[in-house]
Design a protein around this ligand. Structure first.
Ligand SMILES: N[C@@H](CC(=O)c1ccccc1NC=O)C(=O)O
Length: 291
């Protein structure tokens, strides 16, 4: 867990700038391209699926979620709950429905969760918001049976924090059957001195308390299946974090697979979930039993 401690701030900033590691697009265009692709994909999904948009799960402005319903819904159906990335400071649920088309056509709902990004949002609060969104779905949408979490980058971090939740503090226990963590961050300490923390303003304590790597709980008998996916063209630090987190979960008894996806980078690893034939789409459908 400690190799990064010998790195200069300059090296850490390079390692934790996913845009610098793509072989597809240069660092100045790739983020704009990502915003365009996810927004356009979300627009397509909203045009083709039955939706309930901007459903409040709490009183806050950003405490809203979008539901994309299955094309031919059975009485009850599973849901993939998508938690967007953007280093806890950009993107929103309104760019986060692009994965819906291949799933809704196979009977799976997709839920895109909004949360308060920084500087408005604090790390502890974002984690709680995502947890509360799952409690809301469980209580208010009983047709959803079985939740599969999917998060990208900072969203994979939030999904991993959900796995460490002590649900006794909540009214219900969401039935989380699987988690797909894509190009995530599981130890926040290396970010403390980098530009990523400018808006987040995390103290060391906050970073440690919110690091899934430090919060791995022993797997319970019916623990969900976890898939940790990382891109070939993610940085060595991102790749290390996925490897170490998947190992730590496995050591604690969880059923985990590490999927190292060839030919993709930090951004198209998730964008391509809009395609039926993409390997990660197929792996997710297989996990849900709809392949
Ligand atoms: N400043 C970052 C931006 C970034 O990491 C990012 C941008 C859009 C969506 C996801 C991202 N990564 C993690 O949440 C970079 O250099 O790539």
């Amino acid at each position: 867990m400690g190799g990064w401690r010998g790195m200069s701030v300059e090296v850490l900033e390079d390692q934790y700038s996913p845009s610098r590691w793509s072989r597809r697009l240069d660092r100045d265009t790739i983020i704009d391209a990502h915003l365009e692709v996810t927004a356009a994909g979300t627009e397509r999904a909203r045009a083709s699926a039955q939706t309930l948009l901007h459903v409040p799960y709490g009183g806050g402005d950003r405490e809203k979620l979008d539901i994309y319903f299955p094309t031919s819904p059975s009485e009850t159906f599973p849901a993939l709950v998508y938690i967007h990335g953007g280093y806890w400071q950009c993107l929103s649920k309104d760019d986060s429905g692009f994965a819906a088309p291949p799933l809704v056509s196979r009977g799976v709902a997709v839920v895109a969760v909004g949360y308060d990004t920084a500087p408005a949002g604090h790390m502890d609060a974002m984690v709680q918001q995502v947890r509360r969104s799952l409690v809301f779905l469980t209580e208010q949408h009983p047709r959803i049976r079985g939740i599969y979490l999917c998060g990208h980058s900072a969203g994979a971090h939030l999904a991993a924090m959900v796995l460490s939740t002590d649900w006794t503090e909540f009214r219900v226990v969401p039935d989380i059957k699987g988690a797909v963590l894509v190009s995530g961050l599981y130890d926040l300490e290396p970010l403390l001195d980098t530009y990523v923390n400018d808006a987040l303003k995390m103290s060391r304590e906050v970073a440690q308390r919110n690091s899934p790597m430090r919060r791995v709980t022993p797997a319970v008998p019916a623990a969900c299946e976890v898939l940790v996916a990382v891109a070939q063209h993610d940085s060595p630090e991102f790749r290390r974090q996925s490897q170490e987190y998947s190992q730590a979960l496995r050591a604690a008894g969880w059923s985990v697979s590490l999927l190292d996806l060839a030919g993709v980078d930090h951004f198209d690893i998730i964008e391509r979930l809009s395609e039926d034939s993409y390997i990660l789409t197929q792996v997710i459908l297989n996990m849900i039993g709809r392949a």
